[in-house]
Write a protein that binds this ligand. Structure first.
Ligand SMILES: Cc1ncc(COP(=O)(O)O)c(C=O)c1O
Length: 473
């Protein structure tokens, strides 16, 4: 009874805690039962006594056992004060060194408030391009009635519209119990980490990727490994090497209009990826937040190609801005159930307000029209950017824009250092250097949708000046 299965990815004291909680939950240990003495437990588990003491202290603080002077450690009689093991170890997070702040980002945040700054760093559309819709005019009573349409998976009418849109656009037949509404795609990602991974596990992502600097991975103890990309997307040979050497548990990628490169994975590569993930039985998380901002032909989604192997994430915050922080996860029913339980442990359910607004926006009779107009506007912006970029092609290679909001510019000359990128801050030209997404220091992400005719001219003229200075450095 008192022994542990081999599991190197979780610290031993935590395995002891989990085992004792399982024994209490499955009735092996009853309320009032006395646990063996510390020394005995240390012998059984073949660990130092201090490890057992650490585990028992945690169990006491979580409320599962009581320690009484003279009578040892006893299983608690009831549920009061009990909690499960926190998956996010807040206590150790606060005692551990906080993740160092990225100095470039800190300076950029300050500059964003300066009216002279040209902000092409932001991950949002400019206000002028965000599709308009009529705000719902609910009375308080009507809202309370809508509240009754909330299920643990979200506001049912919103779930249904999302199902319809997925069916229509991706030709995947999903039902409402396969869709979980979240507060944006990032929360969706966070839930997946909590449910599917353990501290110490490894995840493969694209290199570069916007996930590189997100703190949710480090805080869950999850290690990220980047997979080199080529013209067709993530390289499958490199991914396989990683799977074999780093024991990858999950692959997360943003195959359409990727953040930061703006590139789209080819259909051939998508099929190869699916084949590889089948070979190693690895789930894929497909982050598809930009796929509706598309003015070209894009390959079928990974979810469409392999419905049971792929977890699909979507979000409205790319189209409507972060004030409608609504996203969703599409997966098989069992996983959605587990994710929903994890979510309820954190925040019960999402407030009805953003969900009603998101539903209204998607059901607005003008939505399709607005969406079509947005795509036309994006195409026009992309063309104007490409045209303007002719003046800088000797210094920068420029990715082709087929949709989404980003274009990627790579310096053609000598190696740049992080310091070189400070010139952009000095010139109040806010872009996102590649080192925010990878170890690379040679490229930058630019949100081309945020330029007006005037700021586009300023951008290219400032970039010409900066390029001259960079060449001299
Ligand atoms: C590719 C990608 N996925 C997910 C997110 C996060 O989306 P949300 O705002 O819905 O949390 C972002 C935001 O920048 C993103 O670029």
């Amino acid at each position: 009874m008192w022994e542990l299965a081999e599991n190197k990815s979780i610290p031993i004291y935590q395995q002891i805690i989990e085992q004792i909680i399982t024994y209490i939950q499955d009735g092996t240990l009853h309320p009032g039962d006395k646990l063996p003495a510390e020394r005995k437990l240390a012998d059984y588990y073949q660990v130092n006594r201090s490890t057992v003491v650490h585990a028992l202290e945690e169990l006491v603080s979580l409320g599962w056992v009581l320690r009484r002077q003279g009578s040892g450690t006893i299983v608690n009689e009831g549920n009061w004060g009990r909690s499960t093991i926190p998956r996010v170890d807040w206590r150790s997070l606060f005692t551990r060194e906080a993740l160092p702040k990225e100095p470039f980002v800190e300076k950029a945040q300050i500059l964003r408030n300066d009216p002279e700054t040209i902000d092409l760093y932001s991950g949002e559309l400019p206000l002028s391009l965000i599709p308009d819709f009529r705000f719902p005019s609910y009375t308080w009573e009507e809202l309370l009635l809508e509240e009754r349409k909330q299920s643990p998976l979200g506001y049912k009418p919103l779930q249904q519209v999302i199902c319809q849109r997925i069916k229509q656009e991706q030709k995947i037949d999903v039902s409402a119990n396969q869709v979980l509404i979240t507060s944006g795609a990032q929360q969706a990602m966070f839930l997946l980490l909590q449910v599917m991974l353990q501290s110490g596990d490894s995840v493969a992502i694209e290199d570069p990727s916007f996930l590189y600097s997100l703190p949710i991975f480090a805080s869950a103890g999850v290690k990220l490994y980047g997979v080199e990309m080529d013209q067709e997307g993530m390289r499958i040979d490199k991914l396989e090497q990683l799977i074999l050497t780093k024991k990858i548990k999950l692959i997360i990628l943003n195959p359409t209009f990727q953040n930061p490169t703006g590139s789209t994975m080819s259909e051939k590569r998508r099929n190869e990826l699916i084949e590889l993930s089948r070979k190693y039985q690895l789930p894929i998380v497909e982050d598809e937040v930009f796929s509706e901002m598309n003015f070209s032909t894009i390959p079928p989604s990974l979810k469409e190609l392999a419905p049971h192997q792929v977890i699909h994430l979507g979000s409205l915050s790319k189209i409507f801005g972060s004030s409608i922080k609504i996203g969703w996860i599409v997966a098989d029913q069992d996983l959605i159930q587990r994710l929903s339980e994890a979510k309820q442990m954190m925040d019960f359910s999402i407030s009805i307000f953003p969900q009603v607004i998101a539903h209204t926006a998607l059901k607005d009779p003008r939505f399709e029209q607005n969406q079509a107009e947005l795509v036309i506007a994006l195409k026009r912006q992309a063309q104007a950017f490409t045209e303007g970029a002719k003046s800088i092609v000797e210094d920068w290679s420029i990715s082709t824009i087929n949709g989404g909001i980003y274009v990627y510019l790579t310096w053609r000359h000598q190696n740049l250092t992080r310091k070189d990128w400070e010139i952009f801050l000095r010139e109040k030209l806010l872009i996102a250097p590649a080192f925010l997404f990878s170890n690379d220091t040679m490229a930058m992400r630019v949100n081309y949708t945020r330029m007006t005719k005037q700021t586009r001219q300023q951008f290219f003229s400032k970039l010409e000046t900066i390029s001259k200075e960079l060449r001299r450095s």
